[in-house]
Each structure stands twice: as C-alpha cells, then as structure tokens.
Design a protein around this ligand. Structure first.
Ligand code: COA
Length: 258
C-alpha cells in the first residue's frame, strides 16, 4: 500500500505521483520504499507499457531528499542512505519500459536526481532544477554527481554542483537537461503523447535501446559489445519479422503490443 504516492493507470500508462505536497513532495525513506515497489509493479504489469512520474500540486516535482531525516545520521548511515536511493534510481534507469519525469515545479536535490534517472524529462514552464546540497554541507547522494555530468556535460555540471544555482525550464532545455517544456496543463498529456509514440514501436527494441544506453554509462561495460549482442537478440524475436514484413508490404507494423 502507498501512503506517499498516488498511483493511477489509464490505457497502458502508469502515472506515479509523489504525494506529499505540504512537504513539497520531499523524498523521505518511506516514499523511496514505496517508489521502489511502484516501479517493480509497473515494470511487471503486463498491461502497462509506459510510466510517468510527477509530483502532487503545481509547486514542486520533488524538493529533494527529506532534510528532516538527516539529523543524527553518521557516516555509515549516510552511505547506506545513498546506496538505498541510488539502487532505486538505478532501477528506474534500467526499467525495461520507458519512464518519463513530468517535472511540474521544483526539482531540487533528490528531485533533480529522480528526474535525471528517468529516460525522458518534460518540464512545466515554472520548473526549477538544481543540486543545492553543498548549501547543507552535503553532496548529491542519489547519482546526481554522475548523471548531471552525463546529461549536461562536465562544464555546466561542475558549475551547478558547486554554486548550488537553480536553473529554470528554458535553461534546462538549453543545457540538454530536459526534452520539452509545456504548460502545467499540458504536462501529463505531453507525457502520454510521447509514451504513445514510443509504444508504436517494438517494445523489445525499446527495452534493448534502454540496455544499450545504460551500457554507455556503466563502468567496465563495453557499450559497443552490448549493442552487438542486443542487435543480434532482436533477430531472435518476432518484432523484427513483423517490422520488416510490414515495411515490404507498405503497411504499419503491428507489434505484439497491448
Ligand atoms: N525536506 C524536507 N522538507 C522540505 C524540503 C525538503 N527537501 N523542501 C521543502 N520542505 C518543506 C518545508 O520544510 C516546509 O515545511 P513546513 O511547512 O512544515 O515548514 C514545506 O516543505 C514548504 O516549504 P517552504 O520552504 O516553506 O517553501 P518555499 O516556497 O518558501 O521554498 C524551496 C521552496 C524549494 C526553495 C525550499 O523549500 C527549499 O529550499 N527546500 C529544500 C531544497 C533542498 O535543499 N533540497 C535538497 C535536499 S538534500
């Protein structure tokens, strides 16, 4: 059961809403555990083909890890908390179904990290992104020092991490941190539109793309080798038969989708 999330499904799309608006949807441990379970559930639900994650209200996506839970934490506990959050965000990044962050306001600290763990990010016009941890005597612990570099490059990432400056949606678009900007009202419809567009294609190929991109950013893994393997495996499935047949027959492919 989720106390801190609201979860709905419509036409194959699972919408997970972080639902602590009075705390700007800050991620306490309970919320992280619920998110972990919600991702597992969406990943295994055969009727679901895509996932969107957003925050309740119009002010915040997620304003960070819950700072009130930091009091009295020692080094070992801090490491455990970081590993706990990182594992959940890695699970999102490695989810075989596309996951979109619908960033409807503040995406600070763990909120920015959560958005970055998703495959795509759409920001509302009022969205603000930042990693303000240094203000608290901390650094990002849920993958932020790594994914921000991957997404915006070292030059901007090191500036944002050191200055703690927040950036607006336009800057996020300019830096390559988000894919699109919409109004608040259009945010979820835009997510659905993107997920539906992806869903026209082979679900197997989409999951293979996710694995290849992940390989690109995984230490010790040769992404080109992963691509060779994944390319080969596509030929073992039915989707390539349907996709290539449909092309020859000048019709739209019908994959074994929902
Ligand atoms: N952890 C815990 N509680 C948080 C929180 C966080 N990361 N971010 C916001 N909240 C809580 C506030 O404590 C406040 O709770 P209260 O009403 O019980 O006092 C409530 O959410 C509303 O926040 P408030 O600060 O009053 O809103 P604001 O509009 O004045 O400011 C922010 C918005 C986002 C600028 C400000 O809340 C903020 O700086 N949050 C922390 C961001 C951060 O450092 N994140 C990284 C954490 S590692």
């Amino acid at each position: 059961m989720s106390n801190n999330l609201s979860i709905t499904s419509e036409n194959g799309i699972r919408l997970i809403t972080i639902n602590r608006p009075d705390k700007l949807n800050a991620l306490n441990r309970a919320t992280l555990s619920e998110l972990d379970a919600a991702i597992d559930d969406a990943a295994s639900a055969s009727e679901i083909y895509g996932i969107a994650i957003t925050g309740a209200g119009e002010k915040a996506f997620v304003a960070g890890a819950d700072i009130s839970e930091f009091a009295g934490i020692g080094a070992d506990e801090g490491k455990k908390l970081s590993a706990f959050g990182q594992n959940i965000f890695k699970k999102i990044e490695r989810c075989s179904k596309p996951v979109i962050a619908a960033v409807n306001g503040f995406a600070l600290g763990g909120g920015c990290e959560l958005a970055m763990a998703c495959h795509l990010r759409i920001a509302s016009e009022n969205a603000k992104f930042g990693q303000p941890e240094v203000k608290l005597g901390l650094i990002p612990g849920y993958g932020g020092t790594q994914r921000l570099v991957h997404l915006v490059g070292k030059t901007k990432a090191i500036e944002l991490l050191m200055t703690a400056d927040a950036i607006n949606a336009q800057q996020a678009l300019q830096y390559g941190l988000v894919n699109y900007i919409t109004t608040q009202a259009e945010l979820i419809p835009k997510c659905k539109e993107l997920l539906q567009k992806i869903h026209l294609h082979s679900p197997y190929a989409i999951s293979a793309i996710i694995r290849c991109i992940d390989a690109c950013f995984t230490d010790g893994v040769d992404g080109y080798k992963t691509e060779v393997e994944e390319f080969g495996k596509c030929f073992a499935g039915k989707d390539v038969v349907e996709g290539t047949k449909a092309f020859i027959e000048k019709r739209k492919p019908v994959f074994n989708n929902l």
